[in-house]
Design a protein around this ligand. Structure first.
Ligand code: GLU
Length: 619
């Protein structure tokens, strides 16, 4: 996912905003960037492959200035990473466009536009937007809004776009379909961005666009806005409470490190709803009691790290709440024949709330007759909660590192709260047990802080990992998904090949990989499966594998030849998977440091939105 920004400022140059905003969107992943501004005479453009800083330096050198402009960080989907493919794209020297997303029918559109005499300078899908808008603009005698409206009717796919015209330098037209876009309103200045981090240094008054919206903007604000039906609409202006400090590194070296260390706070904030309000269905929405009484099973749809939080929660939902739970990767579900069950609650999990596959999977489930849905997201009012019947937000705050950390552990808190809530409603949990769970939740941030204090020991292990090409992660039961998450973190940010297995599966295949070059991480808390895990470790030891064991203080493990042990300070029962996530996050982080990779922006990966944190109504 790339980022787009734009600005119309009556009394200021827009270039500083555009470059600053793009830098703040860098976490989304990008390979090139560019801006286009109208300098009073012409639209001037600067584009560069590589870091935004290079583009900014070039813009300064060229002395770019203007009161209206657009900018883009590209994450190439169509056409290589080259300067001609970088945005903005310009048609006929007149219309400049930035685009986030994919125009699926770009080939037909390109053929159509070539037939009309348009020449293409790039291999991108985006260039069809520029020519198509230009074509409509010329036909309708210079109405940019109508031109964008007609052009977008021809596009299939996902987009957030911003368009300016050289002969109409007071206006910008924006449109959104499937990709996030917001408008930020200042005093005689109006901004647009893919997310709030790009604008809050300038203004906190934010209106979020919805799918199908098209808007005309001027320095004075939103001139006109229509929704997907083509009718005039209004979008509420909210005041973002995201703090600028949350977007800065502070004393940390990387956002990932900062976010790992923020987990005690993020978890305490997320747990507050259950600690203050009890395990009550109303935490999930006004009619949640009714919905939860109507369901007979759960299906969770998610991608990546969120999928692993879903897998973990299956253990809680089936053991605590006794609700049959099925977990599926959203991008698989959305394309297969499914047997729908209107009594099944569909849960979607996504940090951003905008994950496209998860969103499409939810829509698919709804189209098949699933009527009950709950979303668990970190970004207020994002697409998934808007489409869902119920929602409970994690309160992780902005997560800027591409590799998810605090979003994962806070999702687990919400899912645990859901399991206890359903367990209580269904009479599987006594008041006393519910108090015990509350107490465990209350103590969780403290337990996590203790694990964070083990960072130096884990960093020392990481030095060894950094020299390896592969690693194996083992866990059993509810800790198996944590092994999966550990392997994912390691491959995402260190590029070391890593796989996770339920420890009992070793002898059915992966044991063949084990030798002295294959470090094996074992998540071995002191639970009812500990003896089984120990037996699996013997199998590894006997093949010369080096074991790195994360266990609890009260389990008796001995260090020895080829066996390294780190003890988390105390056994934390049912919430143990959350506590045992922290060591694998730290291990990956320090291994990445040792290998010198770009921790916060791993190659080829990106993130859709960092967190809209809290917004309040504007009075
Ligand atoms: N599909 C467009 C391209 O490849 C936009 C990609 C993006 O969202 O950065 O240029």
């Amino acid at each position: 996912m790339c980022g787009i920004v734009g600005a119309i400022r009556a009394n200021h140059n827009v270039v500083d905003f555009l470059t600053d905003g793009l830098k703040r969107l860098e976490y989304r992943g990008y390979d090139s960037s560019g801006i286009a501004v109208f300098n009073g005479e012409k639209i001037k453009r600067v584009r560069r492959v590589g870091r935004v800083q290079l583009m900014e330096d070039a813009a300064k050198e060229k002395g770019l200035f203007g009161h209206i402009g657009i900018g883009h960080t590209r994450w190439a989907t169509h056409g290589g990473v080259t300067e001609p493919n970088a945005h903005p794209h310009i048609s006929g020297g007149l219309i400049a466009v930035v685009h986030n997303g994919i125009i699926e029918n770009f080939e037909e559109e390109r053929t159509r536009l070539q037939g009309l005499g348009y020449e293409f300078e790039s291999q991108t899908d985006t260039e069809v937007i520029a020519h198509s808008v230009k074509h409509e603009y010329s036909l309708n005698g210079g109405n940019l809004f109508e031109a964008v409206k007609s052009a977008t009717q021809n596009f299939h796919g996902a987009y957030a776009i911003a368009v300016i015209a050289q002969d109409n330098p007071e206006e910008m037209v924006v449109a959104r379909m499937g990709c996030p876009l917001l408008i930020a309103l200042g005093d005689q200045e109006t901004f647009i961005a893919s997310d709030v981090s790009a604008v809050i240094a300038f203004t906190r008054n934010i209106a979020y666009l919805e799918d199908g919206d098209i808007a005309v903007l001027r320095a004075s604000g939103i001139e006109k806005l229509i929704d997907k039906t083509g009718n005039p609409a209004q979008r509420k202006v909210k005041v973002s409470e995201l703090s600028l400090a949350s977007l800065e590194l502070g004393p940390y070296s990387h956002f990932m490190q900062k976010e790992i260390h923020e987990q005690p706070r993020a978890i305490a904030d997320t747990a507050e709803v259950f600690l203050d309000g009890g395990f009550e269905p109303e935490n999930f929405g006004e009619n949640a009691r009714e919905v939860f009484n109507d369901i007979d099973s759960i299906k969770i749809l998610a991608c990546g790290t969120s999928y692993y939080s879903a897998l973990t929660s299956k253990y809680w939902l089936e053991s605590i709440a006794k609700v049959p739970t099925d977990v599926e990767i959203a991008s698989e579900y959305r394309y297969r024949d499914v047997i729908a069950n209107p009594k099944q609650l569909i849960i979607t999990i996504s940090q951003s709330g905008e994950t496209l596959d998860t969103m499409e999977a939810l829509k698919y489930a709804q189209s098949l007759g699933h009527k009950h849905s709950l979303s668990i997201c970190n970004v207020m009012e994002s697409a998934l909660p808007r489409e869902s019947e119920l929602v409970l937000y994690t309160r992780a705050g902005a997560e800027i590192g591409v590799a998810s950390t605090k979003a994962f552990t806070t999702q687990l808190v919400v899912l645990f709260g859901l399991a206890v809530t359903l367990g209580k409603m269904r009479g599987h949990i006594s008041e006393e047990q519910s108090h015990a769970y509350t107490e465990e939740l209350r103590q969780l941030p403290g337990s996590i802080q203790h694990v964070l204090n083990l960072e130096p020991q884990i960093a020392a292990w990481a030095q060894k990992f950094a020299k390896k090409d592969s690693a194996l992660f083992l866990g059993r039961g509810i800790h198996y998904p944590i092994a999966l998450e550990g392997a994912l973190k390691l491959k995402e940010i260190t590029y070391i090949h890593a796989e996770a297995y339920p420890a009992g599966e070793l002898k059915h295949g992966p044991l063949a990989l084990v030798d002295e070059n294959m470090p094996v991480v074992v998540i071995a808390p002191n639970d009812n499966l500990l003896d089984k895990v120990k037996a699996n470790m013997q199998e590894v030891g006997a093949r010369g594998g080096e074991l790195f064991v994360f266990t609890d203080l009260d389990s008796n493990f001995n260090e020895g030849e080829g066996v390294h042990v780190i003890r988390t300070p105390r056994h934390v029962g049912i919430l143990s998977p959350i506590v045992h996530t922290i060591p694998v996050q730290l291990l990956s982080y320090h291994a990445a440091l040792a290998r010198g990779t770009d921790v916060d922006k791993p190659r080829n990966l990106a993130k859709s939105e960092i967190g809209r944190a809290s917004c309040r109504e504007r009075v």
